[in-house]
Design a protein around this ligand. Structure first.
Ligand SMILES: *[C@@H]1O[C@H](CO)[C@@H](O)[C@H](O)[C@H]1NC(C)=O
Ligand SMILES: *[C@@H]1O[C@H](CO)[C@@H](O)[C@H](O)[C@H]1NC(C)=O
Ligand SMILES: *[C@@H]1O[C@H](CO)[C@@H](O)[C@H](O)[C@H]1NC(C)=O
Ligand SMILES: *[C@@H]1O[C@H](CO)[C@@H](O)[C@H](O)[C@H]1NC(C)=O
Ligand SMILES: *[C@@H]1O[C@H](CO)[C@@H](O)[C@H](O)[C@H]1NC(C)=O
Length: 439
């Protein structure tokens, strides 16, 4: 306005013959100036850019890989938060987890109280509550008297329990997009892998995890879920970035890939699905050392009516399990950490669930403290949603009889066996698809 007034004032003063002409020229240059200054504000803010760069350079041990990885790195924390759906947490679940002195039990019931208190406040976003500050050992000690006796990896898990939002390091934003359209994916294989498992991933790609269009136009896609290798390992960053470029199926987040971080891996996977691949009918989540019978899985899934209400959670269901208290085993859970039964849960080697549950699963997982055993955690989330797992005898997460392990005909009727090495997987797949097969 000011400039316009002064322009007019100058024109009048000068009483130039071509004053109108002059005004038009001045006004249009003004418009151009405004237009360009606006243009500069479009796109990532300078702050976003520096965040991106700092993540790239601090995480990579070698500069030469920076450019290749950066192409798939996603802008951090600038994504508009996904709108969380309405949520009910089942009474059954609340009663199932006993109220006692164990750390996890106390944490859960505190979160449930927060959930109830916030139920009437639409502005409360549980995602804002997690502050990823390394929990001091003193604080842990006041909360858990005997934390000193926990194995050191367990203490690492406890320290990181509130860290739920590691940046994604290698992303596949186009995984579920075709052209400019979001594709309708029938089945997504989400396979827990680790940085060094190159051979296992390749065997999966060449066999049961092969992407493409299957019978009746069913679209199948595959992603491998990875964290980072530990500081003591040689760096595989360059190999992984080449692998990601070649196959476009790696998702790598910036946290240490370890057994106790598998729950975190599941949580970030749910979030990724909501942002990058929300329209899938079914999700398979499993390990990279299983043999899955893709045709049999598709056939089974095809028997369901893909309605909005479908709440499928199926696999080999482990009923009535409870924590193991021997500190020497992988699945050890200290008494002062969790006390109570485990919900029925599908063995983590491989299970299926319907894609429409992803928003609720993600939302409810914000009210359930991380648990060191990922498939038990998944069972907790489903129980909190009031969904009962359905057992399917075709899932053999504890493998089959020794004498049947190379028998193709036995595998033909199964959906999944754990575990098979890459060579066995290749052999089984080849023979299963041989025209000579007569069973
Ligand atoms: C970085 O990679 C280049 C080759 O790509 C290699 O020559 C160099 O030694 C590497 N540097 C470090 C610090 O790893
Ligand atoms: C990486 O790049 C930065 C500047 O881009 C440079 O200062 C640094 O020396 C480089 N590091 C290595 C290991 O090449
Ligand atoms: C939650 O529970 C209320 C009342 O019990 C019910 O009306 C509503 O439909 C439920 N919402 C969901 C998403 O299940
Ligand atoms: C939430 O609203 C319902 C109905 O409006 C009310 O009965 C309930 O007490 C409220 N809960 C809290 C925690 O304010
Ligand atoms: C999980 O990942 C975080 C982030 O890299 C790391 O600090 C923590 O030690 C890891 N936890 C375990 C139990 O490995």
């Amino acid at each position: 306005m000011d400039i316009f007034t002064s322009v007019c004032w100058i024109c009048c003063k000068m009483r130039v013959k071509y004053s109108k002409f002059l005004i038009i020229i001045l006004a249009s240059s003004l418009c151009l100036v405004i237009f360009y200054s606006k243009l500069k504000n479009v796109g990532p803010s300078p702050r976003g850019e520096t965040e991106l760069l700092s993540i790239t350079s601090s995480n990579l041990k070698n500069n030469t890989t920076t450019t290749t990885v950066a192409t798939t790195i996603k802008k951090v924390q600038s994504v508009i938060p996904y709108k969380l759906p309405h949520l009910n947490i089942s009474e059954n679940f609340r009663k199932f987890v006993p109220k006692n002195g164990a750390f996890w039990n106390r944490k859960l019931h505190a979160l449930l109280r927060q959930f109830d208190a916030a139920r009437n406040q639409t502005f409360d976003d549980p995602r804002n509550r997690f502050k990823c500050q390394p929990e001091s050992f003193e604080l842990l000690q006041t909360n858990i008297q005997d934390v000193q006796s926990y194995p050191s990896l367990y203490r690492d898990f406890l320290k990181g329990m509130e860290c739920r939002d590691p940046p994604i390091f290698i992303d596949q934003p186009g995984k579920c997009v075709s052209g400019n359209e979001e594709e309708h994916i029938f089945l997504l294989f989400a396979i827990k892998s680790a940085p060094t498992h190159f051979e296992r991933r390749q065997a999966v790609r060449e066999t049961w995890g092969k992407e493409g269009t299957y019978e009746n136009g069913m679209q199948v896609r595959t992603v491998f879920l990875l964290g980072r290798s530990s500081m003591d390992d040689p760096s595989f960053d360059k190999l992984l970035s080449l692998e990601a470029q070649e196959f476009r199926d790696l998702l790598i987040w910036d946290f240490q890939d370890s057994f106790y971080n598998l729950t975190l891996k599941e949580h970030v996977f749910f979030k990724w699905m909501l942002e990058s691949c929300p329209r899938v009918s079914f999700v398979f989540k499993g390990d990279d050392d299983v043999f899955a019978n893709t045709e049999a899985i598709l056939k089974h899934l095809n028997s369901f009516e893909p309605t909005k209400e479908l709440s499928l959670y199926t696999g080999q269901i482990i009923f009535e399990a409870s924590p193991l208290r021997d500190p020497k085993i992988k699945y050890y859970v200290p008494q002062s950490f969790y006390e109570g039964p485990y919900p029925p849960y599908a063995g983590g080697g491989g299970f299926l669930f319907s894609g429409n549950l992803l928003p609720s699963l993600y939302h409810v997982s914000l009210y359930i403290p991380f648990f060191p055993i990922d498939d038990v955690y998944t069972g907790m989330c489903f129980k909190a949603l009031g969904i009962t797992p359905v057992k399917h005898d075709g899932f053999k997460t504890f493998d089959i009889r020794e004498q049947d392990r190379e028998n193709v005909c036995v595998h033909k009727d199964l959906l999944l066996v754990h575990q098979r090495n890459p060579q066995q997987t290749m052999r089984l797949w080849r023979n299963m698809h041989s025209s000579m097969l007569t069973c």
